[in-house]
Write a protein that binds this ligand. Structure first.
Ligand SMILES: [Zn+2]
Length: 281
């Protein structure tokens, strides 16, 4: 189960080659984009890449990826609520003129679930509408996921003061969630090509001493779990990139999950930063 050459990996390569390639390419941006060529040549290309020692393949543990029925898989919590939708995004307006985190992330969550289903990964979307944070996580715990992600985006209260602020970060609540948080952060850094500590703002356990005062309750309900802040929505350039890469982010979260559930990743250190203490609740 999960060893190189195992049946699950072979199945993935043979029948899910395009998906597997796209997922792995997220971690290897130098890989060329697949041309719209035949499945046979794409499969051959993926096989040759997977045999290369340069990149460890996703060694899928099928029972973890799919949940094997009524447990495991990826739980997706939409941050905020319809009644209190969180931070607003900047011009250009987000699709459907929905400027706020809740609408943006509800759509993102559905994209994640759809792509997860393509990949054969058990996935469900949860919201906090009408419930407080602990109560909304009761449903997540009952669903018994392998990992949980809560979706947000960042912004500052007064955009005029920091119009160019940009970057990605992840919050997590305990050591049991550190590797999941780092896997998500690595994916976002690659996806948005974040350069240096001002853009790659790292992974953090929330606390008043490090500038991340909010989010402790959100990330301490279940482990492993992590809360992502992929971009600063008040920055017009960031908002535009977010729109362009929204589907890629959805697929990247699924790819990060596959990697987390099926492979061992090196754990990086976090970049402490006083930035990005956006609204969480
Ligand atoms: Zn938020």
């Amino acid at each position: 189960m999960g060893s190189p050459g195992s049946r699950s990996r072979f199945t993935c390569v043979r029948f899910r080659c395009a998906v597997a390639y796209r997922m792995q390419r997220l971690y290897n941006p130098q890989w060329p984009k697949l041309p719209n060529s035949s499945t046979r040549s794409a499969t051959h290309f993926v096989l040759s890449r997977l045999r290369s020692a340069a990149f460890p393949p996703i060694e899928a543990k099928t029972d973890i990826l799919t949940g094997g029925g009524d447990s495991g898989g990826l739980a997706v919590m939409v941050g905020h609520t319809a009644a209190s939708p969180g931070c607003g995004g900047a011009y250009p307006p987000f699709p459907d003129n929905d400027y706020h985190e809740y609408g943006w992330n509800k759509d993102l969550a559905l994209r994640i679930r759809k792509f997860a289903q393509v990949c054969g990964i058990r996935c469900e979307v949860f919201t906090r509408d009408g419930k407080d944070v602990p109560t909304s996580y009761d449903a997540v715990r009952a669903w018994k996921p392998t990992a949980t992600v809560e979706l947000h985006f960042n912004a500052v209260e007064n955009p005029a003061e920091r119009p160019d602020l940009k970057g990605s970060l992840v919050l997590f609540g305990a050591e049991d969630s550190r590797r999941w948080a780092q896997t998500l952060q690595d994916m976002m850094v690659a996806l948005y090509n974040r350069q240096g500590p001002r853009e790659n703002q790292g992974i953090h356990i929330p606390g008043p001493e490090n500038g991340y005062k909010r989010g402790q309750r959100n990330v301490s309900q279940i482990h492993p779990s992590a809360l992502i802040e992929p971009f600063f929505g008040h920055n017009p350039r960031e908002a535009q990139i977010a729109i362009e890469k929204k589907q890629a982010l959805a697929e990247g979260i699924v790819a990060a999950y596959a990697r987390f559930a099926g492979a061992t990743l090196p754990i990086g250190s976090s970049n402490a930063s006083g930035l990005g203490s956006g609204e969480i609740e």
